[in-house]
Design a binder for this molecule. Structure first.
Ligand code: PMP
Length: 296
């Protein structure tokens, strides 16, 4: 579960028991989805909590807020510090951290001056499981980037993700792969997408996707290993029957895909570049963070 009687959360400068925290039913975010948030992982690195790419996540949170015209008075450094305090207070190491900036009372469609910061964390195992994913091409498209800033992590955007996963589950699939408004592959419901063909990795460019931190980590790992990574637009037909494919995301990590619309990928997962990246990623995320080293 997300919290119990002892769970401490951070809300607007105070540490509170999760069960004692109160939010207003008149928050604009509650009604119109105009909040921003992050999903961050902390790992147990030699007995110390290590938050993976904490600065990058909080920078993206502040960028998301700016794109939504939401004021945030916290700096990246303050938010990183609060995250470690949160983990300490809850005695967590392998955890998922969920910061959210949500808005004050306002039933109009105008920007709101009053903003709130909420931070919570809970124990985290694995999100998508370790078996290969059975994925369908969704009948839902990702939101049009000319309608909303898709590169911002906005609460309201996730109605699209929930529709796609609900459709996928109802048809017996594990996950959905969504296209952009031009019919090119964009991303999963909560993860970026890569496929492998003839030793090269392909992934959609920025523009119609969330700029995933795991995506850029996977690209760095692949290039360090000497693989070519190409950012390109491609239709789902190009992916079907390719050598391999995987999702990347803070929660999903590097999750191998077994089938797309029932078509299997050619290589065994263990023989793919994705598998090698997944192994390297597991090692990387468990290295002590700079914060852990500084306090040692
Ligand atoms: N796309 C979407 C829509 C997401 O929600 C996520 C998860 N934050 C990602 C991609 C992956 O991003 P990251 O690797 O930064 O977690």
């Amino acid at each position: 579960m997300y919290y119990n009687d002892n769970t401490q959360i951070y809300l607007d400068g105070d540490w509170l028991k999760a069960g004692d925290a109160r939010v207003s039913l008149y928050s604009q975010t509650m009604h119109y989805g105009s909040g921003v948030f992050e999903g961050i992982r902390s790992y147990n690195a030699d007995g110390e909590a290590s938050v993976f790419k904490a600065e990058e996540h909080y920078q993206r949170l502040l960028d998301s807020a700016a794109k939504m015209h939401i004021r945030c008075d916290y700096t990246v450094e303050q938010l990183v510090e609060l995250s470690y305090e949160l983990l300490e207070k809850n005695n967590l190491k392998d955890a998922y951290i969920r910061p959210m900036i949500f808005l004050g009372d306002n039933m109009t469609l105008h920007t709101v001056e009053k903003v709130h910061l909420f931070l919570c964390a809970w124990e985290w195992g694995k999100y998508l499981g370790s078996s290969l994913l059975n994925v369908m091409v969704s009948s839902y498209e990702r939101p049009n980037p000319r309608a909303v800033p898709v590169e911002a992590k906005v609460t309201g955007h996730y109605t699209n993700s929930i529709l796609a996963t609900t459709e996928a589950k109802s048809k017996g699939f594990d996950e959905a792969l969504l296209c952009d408004e031009n019919g090119s592959v964009a991303e999963g419901s909560g993860a970026n997408f890569f496929y492998e063909q003839d030793g090269v990795l392909y992934t959609p460019p920025l523009g119609n996707i969330l700029p995933g931190i795991t995506r850029s980590t996977a690209m760095d790992i692949a290039r360090e290993m000497g693989y070519e990574v190409v950012e390109a637009y491609f239709p789902p037909q190009k992916v079907k029957g390719a050598d391999g494919a995987f999702f990347t995301g803070t929660a999903a990590e590097i999750a191998g895909i077994g089938w797309l619309d029932g078509s299997p990928f050619k290589l065994d997962w263990e023989d793919t570049i994705g598998f090698k990246i997944a192994k390297a990623y597991q090692k990387l995320v468990r290295q002590p963070s700079r914060r852990t080293i500084a306090s040692a």
